[in-house]
Design a protein. Structure first.
Length: 127
């Protein structure tokens, strides 16, 4: 499956979760439900994937954790906040850079219409 098709499937799964649950829950709830929805659709994903950081000869085994890593290709960072801010985008950009991953989605479930809470980030560029 190509990256774009996989991205569309992730968004479709997130919309389904939001349609069923609505806004106002904790981030962890959306994370587990989205993981389940992806698996129901035959998409492999892992939650809270530890990622090492290497810094000038130092290796930190669990420098950060990725909310969802989908098919080892796409990072999905989930939020349940009033609104997304530049710091959230910077966080995903850093995750993409450190993991050498091409595509990421920042999804805020705390919105009335989920498409208003989605940011797609490619190669360090917001689209």
């Amino acid at each position: 499956m190509n990256l774009e098709a996989l991205g569309h499937k992730i968004i479709g799964a997130a919309i389904e979760v939001h349609r069923e649950l609505g806004p106002g829950l904790l981030e962890g709830t959306y994370e587990r439900c989205l993981l389940h929805e992806l698996k129901l659709r035959g998409i492999h994903a892992q939650r809270q994937t530890p990622q090492p950081i290497r810094y000038k000869g130092l290796e930190i085994d669990e420098g950060y954790r990725i909310d969802l890593l989908v098919e080892d290709l796409i990072i999905v960072e989930l939020k349940a906040v009033h609104s997304l801010v530049n710091l959230h985008i910077a966080q995903l950009l850093t995750y993409l850079r450190l993991s050498n991953t091409r595509l990421g989605f920042l999804i805020n479930f705390n919105v009335p219409v989920l498409t208003d809470g989605i940011k797609r980030i490619v190669n360090g560029l917001e689209e």
